[in-house]
Write a protein that binds this ligand. Structure first.
Ligand code: NDP
Length: 269
């Protein structure tokens, strides 16, 4: 029997991509899944799909950049299922362009607010409940852009480095109380994420040259593995670990390579 059976999983960003695919997998393992995002129609469709396959799910509409929505999301989950065993902080957005083209509102404030502040806010409201029970697992979605400072992704990379720092600090604070905290660091994957990141010619040609996108279902399967066997971090595909090690140990070398990238691609009018 799966060690996840009957566990309650709260998933943010469950209306598409990794969140949606992970919800299906958690439900298949016998978990009760609380599905949250802004698009209620998508969540209800997903909940119905899970229920018709014999699983347990319910949908909660929440824009997690709004505190009242986060409070309602956590309260509704606790009222509905009585507990939260796993919090999968997954919701996120990005923007691909040279930094001088990032707008303050959509590309800096909103990305930091959703990918970092909201992730911390959701955790802040779920954590007391886990601390009281002396158990729980918090799975935070970062990105390889949270390990490697990536040109074209300034706002996104900043938010994901922040999410990584928060994840590591939290793990060190709550480990003595039986609470596990994991960080997930995927490379590019094909989801709706790509439809909301803007258009960058350079990124488009990098994508064409190195088209190594993972499927959303694959990432979701790996997230499920982490839920079954909690660990501090998961970097996928594995070879990004090598690049992250080079970034950490030889930052001057990384600078040198990425200076060359910018010199070729970053053109001013
Ligand atoms: P999707 O765009 O498919 O999913 C993003 C999810 O976030 C959606 O369910 C969306 O739902 C939700 N969301 C967006 N804004 C808000 C908000 N204000 N409040 C609540 N929910 C919100 O992308 P992915 O599945 O690819 O992305 C999931 C996570 O994975 C993100 O954190 C992303 O940064 C990270 N990631 C993605 C990679 C990729 O290449 N795809 C690579 C590495 C990390 P709705 O619009 O209904 O609110």
């Amino acid at each position: 029997m799966s060690n996840l059976k009957k566990k309650v999983v709260l998933i943010t960003g469950a209306s598409s991509g990794f969140g949606e695919d992970a919800a299906l997998l958690f439900a298949k393992e016998g978990c009760k899944v609380a599905l949250s995002a802004r698009r209620m129609d998508r969540l209800q469709e997903l909940a119905a799909k899970i229920q018709s396959a014999g699983g347990e799910a319910f949908a909660i509409q929440a824009d997690i950049t709004i505190l009242a929505d986060v409070e309602n999301m956590v309260k509704s989950t606790l009222e509905h299922y009585g507990q939260i065993d796993i919090l999968y902080n997954n919701a996120g957005i990005g923007r691909v362009d040279w930094f001088e083209n990032h707008s303050l509102e959509r590309d800096i404030d909103m990305i930091i607010r959703l990918n970092l502040t909201a992730l911390m806010q959701v955790t802040r409201l779920v954590l007391p409940h886990m601390l009281k029970r002396r158990k729980g697992h918090i799975i935070n979605m970062s990105s390889v852009a949270g390990l490697i400072a990536s040109p074209l992704l300034a706002s996104y990379s900043a938010s994901k480095f922040g999410a990584r720092a928060f994840t590591d600090v939290l793990r060190r604070e709550v480990a003595p109380f039986g609470i596990k905290v994991s960080g997930i660091y995927p490379g590019p994957a094909t989801t709706e994420f790509g439809q909301h990141i803007g258009k960058s010619e350079t990124y488009g040609s990098v994508r064409k040259t190195f088209d190594m996108h993972m499927t959303s279902a694959y990432v979701a399967r790996r997230v499920l593995d982490v839920a079954k066997r909690p660990r501090r971090s998961l970097v996928i595909p594995w070879w990004y670990r090598v690049l992250a090690a080079i970034e950490a140990l030889f930052p001057v070398f990384s600078d040198w390579v990425l200076f060359a990238f910018s010199k070729i691609n970053h053109k001013l009018d």
